[in-house]
Design a protein around this ligand. Structure first.
Ligand code: FAD
Length: 502
């Protein structure tokens, strides 16, 4: 896709779109979107106007579950599975769908396999198109904008989409059902390993036997080992964000562009305490405008260590929305986003195979993971098939090693170290340095910035990107790079050396 960057052009006039209940099914329960009916809501609107603060509004979100007849596993059935997947999040369900395509016997265990995923996911359209998942987006924007500061805006010619959690989960679950995946509704309590099989113990006492256990239980996983837990805690950065899908009187954003990053800070003019904090540890606004009165807004700290205070993030958001004249009438959904980024990979070749948020595939500089997970699942599934498919019977250590290497071949591990270097560099930048960084970054050729954001660059690409970034940077940014990068660079070289010997 061709990409153009247009600097400081006035935004095109805002178009008005009609809301459709099918896009936001929970709206069906309300009479109209612009005329809230209850007295309670009216009182809240007044207080919001008075204080410009929407934090007191309670989210109206009623999580729904998929209406689906799942093929359940019955504990009385003592048959052995080839693969047991712990967790029915995006990672677990996608891998179950892909592995079962080969006729491999899969069981997916989750306390609530049919519940809707709680997070709002955004992806680049081309990433989902390449996987045949473009029908799982409920809204796309032809362009994305980056507000570097009050005087400079960049427009990226790359289509962005919001994932429809419902459509994506339905599509993947349908595939699982068609391919014969069994589901079991329980929380996994313990996993016991023997030489060629593992036993998954559930909280209801049921024991499931399988040749391979995949841990797709997300960031809070207890089943995956890391080389050094203390080091892991010390080394990872954290993205923290407060996101809300809100009904508003109006907003200033174009409906044909999503706002990838708004680094403006003029809203903090009268807030010296917040302004000072923001200059050192900046946050930006991420926004997906659905219509003139419906918008998803997320105040985001890209990466921090230690993690930025959630209350500070929310306070900055209140000040920003007040400054932008955005009056929130109803909060339809809210989310606390906390994503661990970077840090060491899980210990290589252990008896359980991590996949998803706990496996190191979160982008260390952006926190994105969904598109990468969808793309990796077929690769990991193919390697599982090579070991457990009908013709081969590779189990135990060889199985774990093969599957691990399909996900993290040595070159990808080196590249990940480069991404972690990117994260370490971002951690050192203040607001102005961050602005200069992204100003130069989005001036790069689309191949590089798009490849970087989609985790698609090779080691060579990464080296060329770094040189090109240095070439595009202003003199002051070059100075920042030279003065702030030696420590992360030393870490990068050290980690690559360790990977090579390991
Ligand atoms: C608020 C938020 C917003 C995000 N937005 C984006 C985005 O826009 N784009 C993007 O690419 N990434 C995004 N991410 C990052 C990442 O994509 C998500 O965290 C993603 O949900 C991770 O998927 P997962 O399947 O690995 O884990 P999860 O989605 O956390 O799913 C784990 C599943 O495992 C189950 N489970 C847990 N423990 C057990 C157990 N003991 N036994 C059985 N089941 C268990 C849980 O019930 C859950 O269903 C976001 C993350 C957050 C938190």
């Amino acid at each position: 896709m061709g990409t153009s960057l247009m600097l400081i052009s006035p935004p095109p006039p805002t178009k008005t779109h009609q809301l459709t209940p099918s896009t936001f099914p929970f709206l069906k329960t309300h009479q109209t979107i612009s005329l809230p009916s209850s007295r309670k809501t009216n009182t809240m609107i007044n207080s919001t106007k008075k204080f410009g603060n929407f934090l007191d509004l309670k989210s109206e979100y009623q999580p729904e579950a998929l209406d689906f007849d799942l093929p359940w596993h019955h504990p009385s059935d003592r048959s052995q599975f080839d693969v047991i997947i712990v967790g029915a999040g995006p990672a677990g369900i996608r891998l179950a769908e892909q592995v079962s395509l080969y006729g491999i016997k899969v069981c997916c265990v989750d306390p609530n396999p049919l519940s809707m995923w709680p997070n709002n996911y955004g992806v680049w359209l081309d990433e989902f198109e390449g996987l045949g998942l473009e029908d799982c987006l409920d809204k796309t924007w032809p362009m994305a904008s980056i507000y570097i500061d009050d005087n400079k805006t960049k427009y990226l010619d790359r289509c962005y989409g919001r994932v429809s959690r419902k459509k994506l989960k339905e599509k993947l679950v349908k595939g699982c059902v068609f391919n014969g995946v069994r589901f079991y509704k329980a929380k996994v309590w313990e996993i016991k390993h023997h030489e060629f099989e593992s036993i998954v113990v559930c909280d209801d006492g049921t024991k499931l036997k399988g040749s391979l256990v995949v841990d797709a239980s997300g960031f809070g996983s207890n089943f995956t080992d890391y080389d050094n837990h203390k080091l892991r805690k010390k080394n990872y950065g954290c993205q923290i964000a407060h996101g809300v899908l809100v009904e508003v009187d109006g907003h200033p954003f174009d409906l044909d562009k999503m706002v990838l990053m708004d680094w403006r800070d003029s809203h903090l003019g009268n807030e010296p305490y917040l302004r000072d904090g923001n200059s050192k540890f900046p946050t930006f606004l991420y926004a997906m405008p659905f219509s003139s009165n419906l918008i998803f807004l997320e105040e985001t700290s890209l990466v921090s260590r230690p993690v930025l205070s959630y209350m500070d993030v929310k306070r900055r958001m209140v000040a920003r929305l007040r400054h932008l004249g955005i009056n929130v009438k109803r909060v339809l959904e809210d989310e606390k986003c906390l994503i661990p980024m970077g840090g060491p990979l899980p210990r290589i070749s252990q008896n359980v195979m991590p996949f998803g948020g706990n496996s190191g595939i979160v982008h260390p500089s952006t926190g994105y993971m969904v598109a990468r997970t969808m793309a990796l699942a077929p690769i990991v599934a193919a390697s599982i098939n090579e070991c457990l498919g009908s013709t081969r019977m590779i189990r135990g250590k060889n199985l774990y090693a093969n599957v691990w290497n399909s996900m993290w071949p040595i070159e990808r591990r080196f590249v990940r170290e480069c991404y972690c270097f990117g994260m370490e560099t971002l951690l050192k930048l203040d607001l102005n340095e961050t602005r200069s960084f992204f100003d130069a970054f989005f001036d790069l050729k689309p191949y590089y910035w798009q490849g970087f954001l989609s985790s698609k660059l090779s080691l060579k690409d990464f080296a060329l990107l770094s040189l090109s970034l240095f070439g595009h940077a202003s003199n002051s940014s070059r100075f920042d790079i030279v003065t702030k990068c030696p420590v992360p660079l030393a870490q990068l070289i050290g980690n690559i050396a360790l990977e090579s010997i390991g």
